[in-house]
Design a protein around this ligand. Structure first.
Ligand code: KG4
Ligand code: ZN
Length: 382
């Protein structure tokens, strides 16, 4: 079954064709991120306008491999992309929420039009839940699910950690989910993004923090060395000891703001404490903060996920969402001596894409007629 999938919940315009929920036929992502740089964040109006312009070209690009692969000579003499859509696509999946209303409407209305003209069924998809299905895509950079050794086994714990969400789910089968907990305030990605701005990385977000953390040459190389370090930046690990499965990251952001101001002040006024005493420059200071922010966020994510896995006697753990492309998070999970098989998609399938939408639609979607489809910006993830 070939599904044409469309994702426009935030600033990306992404399309894909996915076969049987696991095989990528095409994967196209157009982003307006650079345009938002100068405004210091995503401007919904700008994002939606850009998506309106790019939606048809990216759909055309996603359909192109079908023209090359599967069409009859007769079809090729007609309008090949339209014929590919008509002949080779069985259903169209679209993100209906949660997300920005203007952006969602671009995808939803485009898909309704295509469905109206072609008569194809639409499969509405929840963006946050779709993230975890990036783990079911066959890929040589990830465990192939059909291989016994690396198979995802149920029950599984799924951590979706992105710019807007940090959610834990119990998966009892490829389509049956139970929400276990989520963030009470900021998401982990939001915390990366906001603290990156405090450190002066603009919209670079988690990726910028990851790169700066790699450069950290402070007296400590590992979290546990902090006690003996000359310079101590110690940030809280919010709710890490809490037995529940909820998260909270807004306090960490506030702590970073407070500590950053303190150190900047001390640096400007060499009063013999903190960084000024060590004589660290601004780059070293920034790298050290990046290191500790990344440690704090990833410590909490790992601890809570493992707690959930133990509680529900999971066999596998699935990571997904933009933050799961973080190398330190992956490293922490990979060095754990745990009984769980741990799965994470390649980086380009962690951040927003339409492949995950096509896969989710295949495994748990219900086809609907175009009349009943509508954009749902506040769609629940629970
Ligand atoms: O899943 P995603 O692409 O979009 C949402 O659904 O929100 O996730 C975007 C988030 C951003 O907060 C971004 O800073 C974060 O993922 N992110 C990272 C990394 N790459 C992207 N966070 C930490 N380390 C990274 N390498
Ligand atoms: Zn996302």
């Amino acid at each position: 079954m070939n599904i044409l999938a469309i994702e426009t919940s935030c600033d990306e315009t992404a399309t894909a064709v996915v076969e049987d929920g696991t095989k990528i036929i095409s994967n196209v992502v157009a982003s307006s991120t650079q345009m938002h740089e100068k405004y210091g964040g995503i401007v919904p109006e700008v994002a939606a306008r850009k998506q309106l312009e790019s939606i048809i070209p990216v759909i055309a690009e996603a359909l192109t491999p079908l023209v090359k692969n599967g069409l009859s000579k007769q079809a090729l003499q007609g309008q090949p992309l339209q014929m590919a859509l008509q002949q080779s696509i069985d259903a169209i999946a679209v993100t209906v929420g949660p997300g920005l209303i203007g952006s969602l409407l671009v995808g939803v209305e485009t898909v309704k039009t295509i469905a109206f003209v072609t008569g194809k069924p639409i499969i509405p998809v929840n963006h946050v839940i779709a993230h975890m299905y990036a783990n079911f895509i066959k890929n040589d950079k990830r465990e192939v699910i059909s291989e016994k050794k690396n198979k995802i086994q149920f029950p599984a714990i799924s951590l979706v950690t992105s710019g807007g969400h940090t959610e834990l789910y119990l998966m009892t089968s490829v389509k049956d989910l139970q929400w276990l907990g989520g963030t009470l305030d900021d998401a982990a990605g939001e915390c990366f993004d906001k603290t990156a701005r405090i450190l002066g990385f603009g919209n670079g977000g988690g990726a910028a923090i990851q790169e700066a953390a790699k450069e950290c040459k402070m007296p400590f190389g590992k979290t546990q060395d902090r006690q003996s370090a000359k310079c101590k930046i110690i940030l809280p690990r919010p709710m890490i000891q809490d037995e529940g499965l909820n998260f909270s990251f807004s306090g960490l952001k506030t702590a970073v703001m407070r500590e950053w101001k303190k150190h900047e002040f001390h640096k400007a006024t060499p009063c013999g404490v903190g960084f000024a005493r060590g004589g660290f420059d601004k780059t070293e200071l920034t790298n050290a903060f990046a290191f500790e922010i990344q440690e704090a966020i990833t410590d909490v994510l790992v601890k809570k996920t493992i707690r959930a896995a133990r509680k529900y006697q999971a066999k596998s753990i699935l990571l997904s969402g933009g933050v799961s492309s973080n190398l330190r998070l992956r490293e922490k999970f990979s060095i754990l001596h745990s009984p769980f098989s741990i799965h994470v998609p390649p980086a380009q399938l962690c951040t927003d894409n339409a492949v995950m939408i096509g896969s989710c639609a295949f495994f748990r979607g219900k086809p609907e007629d175009w009349h009943s489809i509508t954009a749902l910006p506040d769609l629940s993830v629970e």
